[in-house]
Design a protein around this ligand. Structure first.
Ligand code: MLT
Ligand code: MN
Ligand code: ZN
Length: 294
């Protein structure tokens, strides 16, 4: 089983285009210890030939062109990208679908809530239909050689869809199982809390990629966002008694990776004590383009 970290930053990327905080400035200066990162997304494959994307960030065109495994061919319009799975309907995970509009028959899998949002609130299903006929499907248990399991993570919806009445989970985590090799990957880039049963669900995954938006609960204060507002954004911090790093320590057998890193997160700087602490706990924040194979 193969996975490629196409992007590892939260919405806005790193450095964020409109942010002049010290960390974004340091990144812009080209410091190799503070590498830039595009908005999060993943590519996975059982055979290295047919690929699924998980989420479609606004940086998708750049991410595809820099990734050899996703290059088109041998036919002029052949692409190894067969489909896209969405964990949620946020703009940083869906805008890239518009970039793929030339795809003649892409399949998109998403929770029913998200499909409805992409039909009614941010109607790109209709927009894309003018270019090509895609298949928009509710989640299925077998996709492109993977057994796919989902874990519902609640009803946090994108701002553009706050008025939606769609029922069910708006955010999910995926567990991909390569039936042939037995490889298991969990992807959960949007996690507001550590839900009951999640630890058991993660167990035995070779690779666990989780929400690392924030290191601490108050890190947006210098940007004018107080702790309550930061918590309302729905991203469980890494640090603290209830943080996700405690969980990482309990799953030392898994390759534990943080993604969706916000530009305020000190782990983006490899010189920071927070970065060292994460690494010391057995977790990692690999750069964009990292290829994982197991
Ligand atoms: C989130 O992760 O909370 C959203 O993507 C925020 C955003 O719209 O950028
Ligand atoms: Mn996001
Ligand atoms: Zn910044």
């Amino acid at each position: 089983m193969k996975a490629i970290l196409l992007g590892t930053a939260a919405g806005g990327g790193f450095p964020q285009w409109n942010c002049a905080c010290p960390q974004c400035v340091k990144c812009r200066s080209g410091d190799p210890r503070v590498p830039s990162r595009t908005q999060d997304g993943l590519a996975i494959s059982t055979d290295g030939e047919r690929w699924l994307l998980v989420n479609a960030s606004p940086d998708l065109r750049y991410q595809i062109t820099r990734t050899k495994a996703l290059a088109p061919g041998p036919g002029r319009r052949e692409t190894p990208i067969e489909g896209v799975l969405l964990t949620d309907g946020e703009l940083d995970h869906t805008l890239g679908l518009l970039t793929l509009r030339e795809h003649a028959g892409l399949k998109v899998w998403a929770p029913a809530t998200v499909l409805s949002a992409l039909q009614n609130d941010f109607p790109i299903q209709d927009v894309i239909h003018r270019y090509n006929a895609w298949e928009w499907r509710e989640l299925e248990s077998t996709i492109c050689g993977f057994t796919v399991e989902t874990f519902g993570l609640g009803r946090k919806r994108p701002k553009y869809a706050v008025g939606s009445f769609a029922e069910g989970d708006w955010v999910v985590a995926y567990r991909f199982i390569d039936a042939e090799s037995g490889g298991v990957l969990v992807y959960a880039p949007c996690l507001s809390q550590w839900p009951p049963g999640f630890d058991t669900w993660l167990d035995s995954a070779g690779c666990v990629i989780v929400d690392g938006t924030f290191y601490s609960p108050a890190e947006m204060a210098p940007s004018g966002v107080d702790t309550a507002k930061q918590a309302a954004m729905g991203h469980l911090p890494i640090d603290g008694e209830d943080g996700s790093l405690v969980r990482a320590r309990a799953h030392r057998g898994s390759h534990w990776i943080y993604t969706h890193l916000n530009n305020t997160n000190p782990v983006l700087d490899k010189n920071s004590a927070e970065y060292r602490r994460v690494r010391h706990s057995g977790a990692d924040v690999p750069v964009d383009g990292t290829v994982l194979e197991w």
